[in-house]
Design a protein around this ligand. Sequence first.
Ligand code: URA
Length: 432
Amino acid sequence: MNIVDIIAKKRDGLELTTEEISYFVKGYTNKEIPDYQASALCMAIFFKSMTDREIADLTFSMLHSGDVIDLTSIEGIKVDKHSTGGVGDKTTLVVGPIVAACDTKLAKMSGRGLGHTGGTLDKLESIDGFSINVESDDFIKQVNEVGISVIGQTANLVPADKLLYSLRDVTGTVASIPLIASSIMSKKLASGADKIVLDVKCGNGAFMETIDDAKELANKMVAIGKLLNRETVAFITNMNQPLGLAVGNSIEVIEAIDTLNGNGPEDFTSLCVDLATEMICLAREDVDLAKAKKLVLESIDNKSALNKLVDLIDRQGGNKEFITNPDLFKQADEIIEVKALEAGYVKALDALMIGEAAMHLGAGRKVKTDAVDHSVGIILNKKISDYIEIDDVIAYVHTNKAANETIELIRKAYTLTSDEVKKPEMVYHIVR
Ligand code: URA
């Protein structure tokens, strides 16, 4: 077999065989196929796409390029959740404790933020002492005893994706549906869960900007799950403005704590309730969606979900007092009020710009090796459909440095209109 023939075949829009796909993934992972040939193939896939069978083969080869986690010693059905990445997305911090409080196990490997999107691990590390490195025996024990653990990916989980993702990042081939679907599903399948709930973000802060693209990605991932015997449900959700109000690290954890106390922003709370409901329903044969939703709401009301977050933090070495006393989070030196220069209803609030504005403060990374400043970020005070008067505070910037660029981006992110605007829907569609 020859990689040049494989590249040319895909360039001409032909279907690759299972063997050709496996040859590419093995060869690239072993470093026998160089970056320039792998990028040529990624670009050919970007333009010519892949059939469902090819995507399933690519996913299967990538999933077996490294360790496959065995969670069978955790009792019951394990459900995983994954978001395709957005701005202000702290759902794992709320959904995880809720499902654990409702007898559903979550053994979760999370990622770090890159670019304008945040990562759960960075958020959790804003709690003093919290460790994302847990030995696999302790990970399993913790999930069996507490119902939840959130850790970093082991070094050898889907090495093919680590290599391919870095390559795609610098060759203009990230936004390819077959490549995103195989990247996400290979990691989810290798992480060992029995069932998977995906949150496919759609809008200006997401990889998929249109509902049609998001639906196509969701359909592909659900199809891969089916072909590889893992029941998968995909939500397509609104990322045309940041999720909730906080965009940063500590301030997002504080918003998650508020939400588990029943005081979260409406859009964020409703998404967490819907995702958790679906996960519980998938895991537990004894409940339907209505019963699962009742359990979710009860777990917030009776604080059992909040107590699960306390247990999670405590078991992984974090200072659990942070959850009961959020004043303990490191504060930024300064909080700057950003005031409106004009009046009107908020028609649009560009999530990508707000994500970039937070990144300028140091809340996110431009490149993988950047350090993250946990204390900085943006708290939005106005969202789509709200009315703004001149001089109203539209956002608070938590910063440790001059923030002119951030303030300018925040103002630019808001588009106002004189006509009333409807509150946007949170969940556009569910693929089951
Ligand atoms: N998230 C991933 O894990 N992979 C992609 O390709 C895009 C988003």
